[in-house]
Design a protein around this ligand. Structure first.
Ligand SMILES: O=C(CO)[C@@H](O)[C@H](O)COP(=O)(O)O
Ligand SMILES: [Fe+2]
Length: 226
């Protein structure tokens, strides 16, 4: 028995003009979480959604909103995201070296679950203090593509980080994000990932529910083999 599998469709690949119905469709097809990509056009060269959209979506669902903040100043987003009804708040380690303790404390005070994300080129050792501290983060998101856009190719070289993390922290939530789908899930699952973000592979499928259940089975199967 391992940590619970969480399948999180990335709403970045959904039809934003119909976000509430897209979210409900994913949940009815078996999604555990909804992954929400917040980008500021500065930390990454793309601009997506922010707290006002989270607040609007929250009126339509009680689901866990797994918010991934690709922003240069995550601290500025804690209050608005908390008020908007975000569930998880995952910030990037690359922009929080100086203030992660304050960030984690404020995220928790707002009733959200803190997570830390690492870009493909960032050494995984950088998250250890955040996982081991007195006031730890509750999830590590290992980026499996360069952050910024959906629909990119999975980078298998990032799996070493997942393996190292899983060995070190058997009960930690480890999320992978980018390029995950039927052809890449098995390597991520056997490396030890249990939270799976999938955008284009789910929204682009003719049967998205089948992809969601395949992702879950792969995570559960890998855990049984370990
Ligand atoms: O954070 C990001 C991209 O920066 C992701 O959440 C993507 O939106 C995942 O999309 P796919 O790679 O699964 O299409
Ligand atoms: Fe993401």
């Amino acid at each position: 028995m391992g940590v619970a599998a969480k399948i999180a469709p990335s709403m970045l690949s959904s039809d934003f003009a119909n976000l509430a119905s897209e979210a409900k469709r994913m949940l009815s097809l078996g999604a555990d979480w909804l992954h929400m990509d917040i980008m500021d056009g500065h930390f990454v060269p793309n601009l997506t959604i922010g707290a006002p959209v989270i607040e609007s979506l929250r009126k339509h669902t009680t689901a866990y909103l797994d918010c991934h903040l690709m922003v240069t100043n995550p601290l500025d987003y804690v209050d608005p995201m908390g008020k908007a009804g975000a569930s998880g708040f995952t910030f990037h380690v690359e922009v929080s070296k100086e203030n992660w303790q304050e960030l984690v404390q404020k995220i928790k005070a707002k009733g959200m679950r803190p997570g830390v994300a690492v870009k493909p080129g960032t050494p995984i050792e950088e998250v250890y203090p955040l996982v081991e501290g007195e006031n730890p983060v509750e999830m590590v998101l290992v980026m499996t593509v360069e952050p910024g856009f959906g629909g990119q190719k999975f980078m298998p070289e990032t799996m070493e980080k997942v393996q190292v993390l899983r060995k070190k922290y058997p009960s930690l939530d480890i999320e992978v994000d980018g390029g995950l789908g039927p052809s890449t899930i098995d390597v991520a699952a056997s490396a030890g990932a249990n939270c799976i973000v999938a955008g284009s592979s789910v929204f682009g499928a003719s049967e998205p529910g089948q992809v969601i259940s395949l992702l879950r089975k792969s995570v559960q199967g890998a855990q049984q083999n370990n």
